[in-house]
Design a protein around this ligand. Structure first.
Ligand code: NAP
Length: 304
């Protein structure tokens, strides 16, 4: 089958690290144009203005938006109004309401909207969900500690309103949690630690119903920690390294190559073919709740 044309918008860190290689290897997609004020991809037609690309390239039916969450809504709305299917990087927006608006706009125009959660595509997540499906969870602990300077070098937007701070990676853990738990949980308390010179937290400690906790910290240098441990009445499960490695107390052990972004694009191809959308706001709801309910602590100033 012919590959469908797609445009990549916002050529920055994640576009270069993941989207461009995933599209280059995809049997479903042809990267037909980029839109970015400063970035481009060798050999691909590039635009600096989104409206100009939409007008010039009616043959491109899908756009994948890789810019930070705050500016993303205007691009997504314009794309849907121009009859294009839309794929959103995580988190899907700056607010829940704007993503609801996009969902309604996509539905009204019979277009696909995909709010991606790349961590849900990690190797161990689907088998973890299957292992937990018939079990009773007694406790779950998330430990998500990484180095913001490594993953967001110089990206001040993560500390601006809407940038979500440590919830930018933390929402990846919450996307896994909300995928694998057999029953939903809700936030009961949170402590958020803000650098004195920043608008968003650099660390967060969350507690949920069902004896579930999360420890997010962006100040960890050296080895990085992305672990989820779930205890049940019939054994325990550990997802290690962001969900790429799974082990259970009854001997299940599984790890595999990183296929997160290839899997996202394969799923997008299926959604477009079937004219369906996939928008699950559960991870972002927990973040919004933490920002609503959280107690604020202040720590030393942070500079890149
Ligand atoms: P980034 O490199 O700072 O930004 C991506 C691109 O977005 C920039 O190169 C910029 O391109 C464009 N952009 C920035 N501000 C804009 C604005 N106000 N209006 C229009 N375009 C703007 O960020 P990133 O690390 O790639 O992250 C982008 C998204 O991917 C975030 O939602 C993040 O959570 C997600 N993500 C990031 C990572 C990671 O490791 N960094 C991993 C997974 C997911 P131009 O200036 O050329 O227009």
């Amino acid at each position: 089958m012919a590959r469908q044309k797609i445009a990549l918008v916002g050529i920055g860190k994640i576009a270069r690290d993941q989207h461009v290689p995933a599209l280059a290897a995809s049997p479903d997609w042809e990267l037909a144009a980029t839109v970015s004020r400063a970035g481009s991809v060798d050999g691909i037609e590039s635009y600096t203005d989104f409206a100009a690309m939409l007008a010039a390239r009616p043959d491109i039916g899908t756009v994948s938006l890789c810019m930070p969450p705050v500016p993303r809504f205007a691009y997504a709305e314009a794309a849907l109004k121009a009859g294009r299917h839309v794929m959103l990087e995580k988190p899907p927006g700056a607010t829940l309401a704007e993503v609801h608006a996009l969902t309604a706009l996509a539905a009204a125009n019979n277009l696909t909207l995909y709010a991606t959660w790349h961590s849900r595509m990690a190797h161990g997540v689907a088998p973890a969900k299957a292992w937990l499906a018939d079990k009773t969870v007694t406790r779950a602990r998330i430990t998500w500690r990484e180095d913001v300077r490594k993953w967001h070098p110089g990206q001040d937007w993560v500390f601006e309103p809407g940038g979500m701070g440590v919830f930018d990676p933390g929402i990846n853990a919450l996307s896994i949690l909300t995928e694998i738990l057999p029953a939903p949980v809700h936030l009961t308390s949170a402590t958020l630690t803000f650098p004195e010179n920043r608008q968003t937290p650099i660390a967060a400690a969350l507690a949920f119903s069902g004896n579930v906790t999360a420890d997010f910290d962006w100040r960890q240098e050296g080895p990085q920690t992305w672990d989820i441990v779930v205890e049940t009445t019939s054994g325990s499960l550990t997802l290690h390294m962001g969900g790429s490695q799974l082990s259970t107390s009854d001997g299940l052990a599984s790890s595999g190559p990183d296929r997160e972004y290839p899997n996202l694009y394969a799923h997008m191809a299926t959604l477009v073919r079937d004219r369906r959308s996939d928008v699950d706001l559960a991870p972002m709801t927990h973040v919004a709740d933490a920002l609503t309910l959280g107690r604020r602590d202040v720590t030393e100033a942070f500079h890149f």
